[in-house]
Write a protein that binds this ligand. Structure first.
Ligand code: GLU
Length: 335
């Protein structure tokens, strides 16, 4: 993906606030229109049922920290959350245990290897390193409170529902399809256990993880979930506190380094926002203090990131001045 040239859009910087609701709405619609014709990428098919999706679906949503809502295209089309769940389960786990304990067990660095890599574990003595790819995410899910895996799953579902501001449900067909074909994740579970990184039964930990990935969401839901992390842990739509402000900061720092698989560095360089993507074509990017923008479109680049979602979110990051690294000189006395 090439950085978008935006000669016709005024470029703002990260400091300050979003423009008024009407201008944000215009820009969200413009971003959707611009990339609706983009055909690059291929749909994930390693989980059989995912190959059945309509590749032309394209939704975009932005939720402001003050509760302002913006949806464009297929923003209300349901899909399974997949890897994006990792970011929110991580937040729940560090809320419960504190970030130090989770950091010790799971880590906070990018492995630089594909999301389902077994090699990454072997190369690091069984330390998962990255909570945003499968090994680290399975280890993180296993840290969820709950006396049994059934209770852990309920707490995951309730926690992610609180982020979304509505009761999320399991897509049973996606769960069944992945559960029948996830030998690789089960191997990762066993390897984690052999290295002493899982206290619970590996089959059960992988099962809770597979369920969390099959939760059904929309781009609108993802934007609300991200906006909760942008709003110091308070859901801007329901007004309910979900996690602490410290948990939001720590989660976003990890996601900035790891959220777009092996393209995380390029993404941060080009777009300048913490974001997490998943193989069903969702991406949610968080602008602390301002809000979150989520895209959904199933065609993926070779690392597993939605092509259209990257382009549309990149456009909005530039046109709304969301890049965290952008600044302009303040007025100085000598000016
Ligand atoms: N459930 C998927 C897996 O474990 C998630 C992959 C992803 O979205 O990165 O393979």
């Amino acid at each position: 993906m090439e950085p978008t040239e935006l000669a016709d859009v005024e470029q703002n910087v990260s400091t300050g606030s979003l423009p008024g609701w009407g201008r944000v709405d215009e820009l969200v619609r413009d971003a959707h229109r611009r990339y609706a014709g983009e055909q690059g990428g291929v749909v994930a098919d390693y989980i059989p049922i995912l190959a059945e999706v309509d590749p032309d679906l394209f939704g975009l949503a932005l939720i402001e920290s003050n509760g302002g809502l913006h949806d464009a295209g297929d923003a209300l089309h349901p899909f399974s959350i997949q890897s994006i769940s990792k970011m929110f389960v991580y937040a729940l786990a560090i809320q419960h245990h504190g970030h130090r304990r989770v950091r010790e067990i799971v880590g906070v660095n990018n492995t630089g290897l594909p999301f389902n890599s077994v090699m990454a574990l072997e190369l690091n003595g069984g330390h998962p390193m990255n909570p945003m790819v499968n090994a680290g995410a399975i280890a993180t899910t296993a840290l969820m409170p709950g006396a049994t895996s059934v209770e852990q799953w309920e707490l995951v579902r309730e926690g992610l529902s609180a982020f979304a501001g509505r009761a999320l449900s399991l897509d049973g067909a996606v769960y069944a399809s992945e559960a029948q074909t996830n030998e690789r994740n089960r191997a990762i579970g066993r390897l984690l256990r052999s290295y002493g990184r899982l206290q619970s039964d590996p089959e059960e930990a992988v099962d809770v993880y597979t369920r969390q990935c099959a939760l059904s969401v929309t781009a609108h839901d993802l934007a609300v979930m991200g906006a909760t992390l942008a709003d110091g842990g308070v859901n801007p739509v329901t007004g309910d506190r979900v996690v602490s402000a410290d948990v939001c900061r720590d989660t976003l720092a990890v996601v900035a380094a790891t959220g777009l698989y092996e393209r995380s560095g390029e993404w941060l360089f080009e777009i300048g926002l913490p974001a997490k993507s998943g193989v069903t074509g969702g991406i949610v990017a968080v602008s602390p203090g301002k809000g979150a923008v989520a895209g959904f479109s199933p065609r993926l680049d070779p690392a597993g990131n939605s092509v259209r979602s990257q382009l549309a979110i990149g456009h909005l990051s530039r046109s709304l001045g969301l890049n965290l690294f952008a600044s302009a000189p303040a007025a100085h006395a000598s000016d």
